[in-house]
Design a protein around this ligand. Structure first.
Ligand SMILES: Nc1ncnc2c1ncn2[C@@H]1O[C@H](COP(=O)(O)OP(=O)(O)OP(=O)(O)O)[C@@H](O)[C@H]1O
Ligand SMILES: [Mg+2]
Length: 255
């Protein structure tokens, strides 16, 4: 169970996330919605450790994560999409994914200089990386360098690396933003598949209400950094506070 308690961050006088207390259970996909600037990405950054909270705590399965570095939190099972700046731009897509798989399975690679085990490890890593690339429909680009990828493929690669980590908690922040009509369904399918694994906790920031409606088991709404609604999708969507927040989004989308 991922849990935030009174999680807060101030930027100068501005409270971007304001005392958010929420628990996220395995087997549940929670959509986090709210107008632009509501604090959704900042909330993710506080959970993943990219930003240091002004107050409050983050814990996972009873382990306090507050104060830990982002990589220590990743190690504890929090999966936040990689920033492409963390990658090796001149290595290929396949090489990058294989490195991510390898980093995750580090423990299995300390068997000394046994050529058979090195070979079989290498084969297993490549097979896993191949499978992930097939899942995100990037197989045809596996030998391209990361630097040469168009935007949509870079976003797919971010998701591929997240899959490679095999985290307990998946955090997707507008995963299909900037993708074209052919690319977005691949990623949504992947999230759908991920949902079937009831040991996983999925958090999804998403503006597209049709996507939220279909995928979410639960919706929480942030508004000015505050948690203003939490519950079953149909009820939350019908609530006045959300209708108001969505009018804001509808205006943005139309602009
Ligand atoms: N590093 C920062 N320094 C100062 N202010 C920040 C910083 N990061 C975010 N903010 C502010 O915090 C508020 C919340 O921003 P955030 O990016 O979390 O919103 P969001 O809900 O993700 O919006 P969007 O839907 O547009 O992605 C905004 O007012 C933003 O300007
Ligand atoms: Mg955001």
């Amino acid at each position: 169970m991922l849990e935030t308690k009174d999680l807060t961050i101030r930027f100068g006088g501005h409270v971007a996330v304001n005392g958010v207390s929420c628990a996220f259970a395995p087997g549940t996909l929670t959509a986090i919605v709210g107008p632009n600037g509501a604090g959704k990405t900042t909330y993710f950054n506080l959970i993943s450790g990219q930003l240091k909270a002004s107050a409050g705590t983050v814990s996972l399965d009873g382990q306090l994560l507050s104060g830990l570095s982002p990589s220590a939190r990743t190690h504890a099972g929090l999966g936040r999409a990689f920033q492409l700046t963390n990658l090796f731009p001149n290595l290929t897509v396949l090489e990058n994914v294989r490195l991510a798989v390898q980093a995750t399975r580090e423990g299995e690679h300390r068997r000394g200089l046994n050529l058979w085990s090195i070979w079989s490890d290498h084969k297993a890593l490549t097979e896993r990386a191949d499978q992930i690339l097939a899942d995100v429909a990037l197989k045809s680009r596996e030998h391209a360098t990361v630097a040469s990828l168009p935007h949509g493929d870079q976003r797919k690669l971010e998701v591929a690396l997240l899959m490679a980590l095999e985290p307990k908690v998946f955090m997707f922040d507008e995963p299909t933003a900037g993708m074209n009509a052919a690319e977005a369904p691949v990623i949504l399918d992947l999230i759908r598949k991920l949902k079937q694994d009831k040991s996983k906790t999925i958090l999804l920031v998403e503006h597209k209400m049709d996507v939220v409606r279909e995928l979410a088991d639960r919706i929480i709404v942030l508004h000015n950094g505050t948690l203003v609604a939490d519950g079953e999708p149909a009820k939350v969507i019908a609530s006045p506070v959300v209708q108001e927040a969505y009018l804001g989004i509808a205006k943005e989308a139309a602009a």
